[in-house]
Design a protein around this ligand. Structure first.
Ligand SMILES: [Fe+2]
Length: 138
């Protein structure tokens, strides 16, 4: 199964939407690497995991810059979600045993991705709509 940005997950903000697509690609690459137990698979996993962590940091940073720029009233709650999300993502990745990922690791990651999907559907979409209205009223 691959994650993809379906139309209902679009926020209407070009930067946010294209970064969400990249982010899902990074998740897909990491999950794919889980099924390859060879040494090459392990290297691919380390690279994919490091990329995902840094991409999430970068993307959340961009979203928060936009929120500050437009003085979005939900900034504090949104920021708290991002911080917690990054922390748990790191924990999930750190928990993966040396011997390679177990089914539990894949399951924990999937649960965490679903949490992000819910976040996109609610907080990110509200933000996207707000930015659009601000732009239209300029
Ligand atoms: Fe967000």
């Amino acid at each position: 199964m691959r994650y993809e940005i379906t139309p209902d997950l679009l926020t209407g903000n070009h930067l946010i939407d294209s970064e969400h697509k990249q982010l899902f690609e990074a998740v897909n690459r990491l999950l794919e690497s889980f099924s390859n137990k060879s040494e090459m698979g392990k290297n691919a996993m380390t690279t994919a995991a490091a990329f995902l962590e840094s991409y999430v940091d970068k993307h959340f940073g961009h979203e928060e810059e936009l929120q500050k720029k437009y003085q979005w009233r939900e900034y504090d709650t949104h920021h708290r979600f991002h911080e917690e999300y990054k922390k748990i993502l790191r924990e999930i990745i750190r928990q993966i045993p040396e011997s390679g990922p177990e089914i539990e690791d894949m399951s924990r990651l999937n649960v965490h991705v679903v949490r992000l999907i819910t976040h996109i559907r609610t907080m990110d979409k509200r933000l996207g709509t707000f930015i659009q209205t601000q732009e239209e009223n300029k």
